[in-house]
Design a protein around this ligand. Structure first.
Ligand code: DON
Length: 319
């Protein structure tokens, strides 16, 4: 795409230039109308496909935005990254690695076959099976307590109280047979204990939390900043948890397209079907993008392109 490839020097980019680059990433991609809005969750089909927002949050707490960066949408699968971090913070590297796994399935995010081919192991926390198994590990005696811990934990990453979108939650909860089947299958293998339907309900709620591209950037920048939210200065998770979470995102954050993503962008990232992507530049900051039209793997088309442009022009690629 004619973008000069800057090779990362490990130095922070000069942030004065970042505002211009973010605007350029917006201008270069605003006219791209490829891809389709997700409709397997009926309420998501109502999204305005024209919306496009980009935000970079740096580890000094600076915010650089263009377009619809403060428009709210449901976080969907991007929640998986942050719930995983919260669970790692409770259980530690070894236990979570064993229970949920860290390897890419090479298959789509809601694959049942991937579970069957791996003796019931969910494989990694970024596909639905692994995310449901991870949510089941959240601290809390009751489902209500677990849900409250998810909501307050993700809110700490964002630095503000996040609320659930009731319409999207009800829409997904009413059509959620596949995730319920995945949870029951995991239960049959002893990978989820207790009430699997209740766990799927918490997972569906976590996916329905409303965020903006700006929130995603701040949440990602908290992982870039060793677990301290760079805006509120609150410590949310430990530095080791950030390292473990980013390693998992690098391997599986973009599902079966994770290799291509790493090859083009060279940063850990996580996508969601409502059109968000969060991408983390460790030690530097994070990008949040929002654009609802998706490619065939469920990743936002303009979000990927804007992120590739910013990774290249700012020299963020970690390799
Ligand atoms: O469980 C689901 O299918 C949705 N709540 C989230 C899926 C998702 O975001 C996959 N991302 N690309």
């Amino acid at each position: 795409d004619g973008v000069d490839q800057r090779v990362s020097t490990g130095e922070l980019p000069s942030w004065e230039r970042v505002d211009e680059r973010v605007f350029e990433a917006y201008e270069r991609n605003i006219a791209d109308d490829r891809g389709h809005v997700a409709d397997y969750i009926p309420e998501l089909a109502a999204a305005d496909p024209a919306q496009f927002g980009i935000c970079i949050a740096d580890v000094d707490g600076g915010i650089h935005m263009a377009g619809d960066a403060e428009v709210e949408f449901t976080i969907q699968s991007i929640s998986k990254a942050f719930v995983y971090a919260l669970v790692c913070n409770e259980f530690g590297h070894a236990d979570v690695g064993r229970l949920v796994g860290v390897n890419n399935t090479g298959m789509s995010f809601n694959s049942v076959m991937a579970i069957e081919l791996n003796d019931g192991h969910p494989m990694n926390p970024m596909v639905n099976a692994g995310a449901i198994a991870t949510t089941a590990l959240m601290p809390g005696e009751t489902h209500a307590e677990k849900w409250e811990n998810v909501r307050t934990g993700l809110s700490a990453f964002a630095g503000r109280q996040l609320a659930m979108d009731g319409d999207v939650y009800r829409s997904e909860a009413g059509t959620n047979t596949r995730n319920e089947a995945i949870a029951k299958l995991l239960k049959s293998y002893g990978r989820v204990t207790g009430d699997s339907t209740g766990i799927v309900d918490i997972y569906t709620r976590q996916c329905s939390l409303r965020v903006s591209a700006k929130d995603l950037a701040i949440m990602g920048a908290t992982l870039a900043d060793g677990g301290v939210n760079p805006v509120t200065k609150q410590r949310v998770v430990s530095p080791i948890v950030c390292r473990d979470t980013l390693a998992v995102l690098a391997a599986s954050g973009m599902y079966e397209r994770s290799g291509e993503w790493m090859f083009e962008i060279g940063l850990p990232g996580k996508s969601g079907v409502s059109g968000g992507i969060v991408t983390v530049a460790p030690g530097k900051g994070a990008l949040g993008t929002f654009s609802p039209r998706l490619d065939s793997a469920g990743n936002s088309v303009r979000g990927q392109k804007a992120t590739a442009f910013l990774s290249r022009s700012l020299g963020l690629n970690i390799f």
